[in-house]
Every structure is written in structure tokens, then in C-alpha cells.
Design a protein around this ligand. Structure first.
Ligand SMILES: [Fe+2]
Ligand SMILES: [Fe+2]
Length: 344
């Protein structure tokens, strides 16, 4: 704000006072608007908020205190500096003016130079304040942009890592995308606040497979017992790889990698956790991962029919899978199938 051409509203019910003040301020280079009552002032402010208000106290209908309190209670007008001008000289009246939200008080009869000096000072202060606010807002915007950048980078790295392990395990191209979407939907339906984070972290559930030898990972047909043992180690391996990071998203990914093969009845691996000993994210990913694996062809098996998939999920309710989550999955099966169609 250029304080020289600032816009000032003068409110006084005495025309002579208005003319006098307007004359002084116009001469000093300000744009001046007069108002003869509190109501007129509020109207004028609504049409065009001034940079500063000179406000008389004793006016019929609505006095200056009330005008001031009204302006201070509204977000659009509360920052406008208000200087009271009044013939009331009692300390009580002055205090009341400050309590109503006034910044300053000039007693009538006023000195021209004093009015000009106070107006100038308050306009300067307001201008510094605006400048500071703009700088703070610019700083906040910068921090927001940087934070978004960091989050996006994390997301991209996680997704790329998921794609690497997908390529390595020769899975169908969109497996991790679908698993992420199923996870999000299921967690969201269950009312979890972590749905978004689970979606971001789930693509890495099989990251441990990058450390499994080709002979085991790509063996056509059934694995023998010792090969199975190696294969199963991908859960623990994935957990070890990811848990070195303290980032919440990677911590979540570590948990999911560790627990996506645990089963509700305790017969899963690597730790044989039972029921809610398995984290919510682990239980959600288990359903999403199995549902998608059965639905699509793998090197060691053909795709199942939908009837077979649903029958298996139902049969495994309370065995492999969290019964409540399976119930939700069935309740909203149409939505899950839509995701399957979308990322075919
Ligand atoms: Fe796995
Ligand atoms: Fe998977």
C-alpha cells in the first residue's frame, strides 16, 4: 500500500467536523470518503474497504464503539485500522474505545498536525504488517511446495521399487496397481485413516523377492520344501530392507512386506501371527494380494474363474483372512471388480 494515496473513511454525525477533517486529509494527499452515521459507514465499507477509518464515538442510532466492534468481528474488515476521534475526554471512554478494537484515540478539538501524524503512522504500520504477512504467506507456500515435492518423490520411488520387483517376479504388469487400489478401497471402507498411506506403501509388499535366486523365483511348477523355505523368506527380507528407513511411509511398507503372508488363524508366515496381532495394513494387503493373484494368470498357475475366487475367499474367512474385512469385501464386491476391469 502506498500510504500517500491511501483511502480513508471519516465517520462523524457533525457535518462541520467531517468537512474540516476531510479538508486536512485531502490536502495531505489522501483519498477521503465521508459517512454521517454508523450505518452509512458500514455500507460504505462493504462497498469498498478503506485503508483506515477515523471514527467519532457519539452518534445517534449506532455509536462508534458499536461500529468498531462490528468491524472487528468480521474477517473481511477486522484488519482495518480504526482511530477514534471524540470530544469525550474521560479515561473510561478512552479505555472503552481501545477495548472495542480501536488502535488510537484523538481528542477533540484536534490539532491538524497531530491528526496527520497519527494517520500517517498507522498507515505505515499497516503497510509493514501487510508486507510481513505477504512474506510469511510466501514462506508457507514455499514450504508446502517442498513438502509436496518430498511426498511425490517418496511415492515415485516406492512405485518404481514395486515395479522393479514386479518385473523380477514376472508378475502381470498391473498387479501392484490393482493391489494398491484394492487396499485403498478396503481400508477406506473399513473406516481407516491410513487408507491413503496403505495404498502408497502396498506396491512394495514383495520387494524381498529381489533377493530370491532365479532358480527358485522362476521355477516352473511346484517348489520342493527347501525351495519353499527360500521363497517364504521374501517377507522377512523385504521387512529388513524397508525397516532401515524411519519415514512413516516406508515403515508402513516394511510392515506390509513383513505381514502380507500372515494368516488370521496363525498358520501364515514368517511369524505365525494371529488375528489382530497382524497389523490392519497387513490384513488388508493379504486379501488384496490373494484376490488379485487368483484372478490372474501366473507362471505357476492359470487364472481362476470368478466363482472359484469368491468361493475360496468365503471358505478362507476366519482362516486366512480377517472375517470382518472379508465381509466388507463381499459387500462391495462390485466395486472391487470395477478396479479389476479398469487395470486389466
Ligand atoms: Fe509375497
Ligand atoms: Fe503380490
Amino acid at each position: 500500500m502506498n500510504t500517500g494515496c491511501a483511502n480513508i473513511l471519516i465517520v462523524d454525525d457533525t457535518l462541520a467536523n467531517l468537512q474540516l477533517l476531510a479538508g486536512i486529509l485531502k490536502e495531505a494527499g489522501y483519498k477521503v470518503r465521508p459517512a454521517l452515521s454508523g450505518k452509512q459507514a458500514l455500507e460504505a465499507i462493504k462497498n469498498q474497504p478503506p485503508d483506515l477509518i477515523l471514527l467519532d464515538i457519539k452518534m445517534p442510532d449506532m455509536d462508534g464503539y458499536e461500529v468498531c466492534r462490528t468491524l472487528k468481528s468480521q474477517p473481511e474488515t477486522k484488519a482495518i485500522p480504526i482511530i477514534f476521534i471524540s470530544a469525550l475526554t474521560d479515561i473510561e471512554d478512552k479505555l472503552k474505545a481501545f477495548q472495542a478494537g480501536g488502535l488510537d484515540y484523538i481528542s477533540k478539538p484536534f490539532q491538524f498536525e497531530e491528526v496527520k501524524a497519527r494517520v500517517w503512522t498507522h498507515l505505515q504500520l499497516k503497510s509493514y504488517q501487510n508486507e510481513m504477512e505477504e512474506k510469511v504467506m510466501a514462506g508457507v507456500r514455499n514450504v508446502q511446495l517442498l513438502t509436496e515435492e518430498v511426498i511425490d518423490t517418496q511415492r515415485e520411488i516406492i512405485f518404481t521399487m514395486g515395479e522393479i520387483c514386479e518385473t523380477r517376479s514376472h508378475e502381470t504388469g498391473s498387479h501392484i496397481k490393482r493391489v494398491a487400489e484394492y487396499c485403498y478401497l478396503l481400508a477406506h471402507l473399513a473406516g481407516s485413516d491410513d487408507a491413503w498411506q496403505i495404498k502408497q506403501a502396498s506396491p512394495m509388499h514383495d520387494i524381498g523377492k529381489v533377493a530370491i535366486p532365479d532358480a527358485v523365483l522362476h521355477k516352473p511348477g511346484k517348489l520342493n520344501e527347501s525351495e519353499w523355505k527360500v521363497m517364504r523368506s521374501h517377507a522377512e527380507l523385504g521387512y529388513k530392507m524397508l525397516s532401515v528407513s524411519r519415514r512413516p511411509l516406508l515403515q508402513m511398507a516394511a510392515t506390509i512386506a513383513h505381514e502380507h503372508h500372515e494368516k488370521w488363524d496363525g498358520s501364515g508366515y514368517p511369524r505365525g501371527l494371529k488375528g489382530t496381532e497382524i497389523s490392519f495394513a497387513g490384513r488388508v494387503t493379504a486379501i488384496a494380494d490373494v484376490f488379485d493373484a487368483l484372478n490372474h494368470k501366473r507362471c505357476y498357475k492359470d487364472a481362476w474363474t470368478l466363482e472359484q475366487v469368491w468361493a475360496f475367499l468365503r471358505e478362507q474367512r476366519g482362516k486366512h483372512f480377517d472375517p470382518e474385512l472379508i465381509d466388507l469385501f463381499f459387500e462391495f464386491q462390485a466395486d472391487f471388480l470395477k478396479i479389476n476391469e479398469k487395470y486389466r
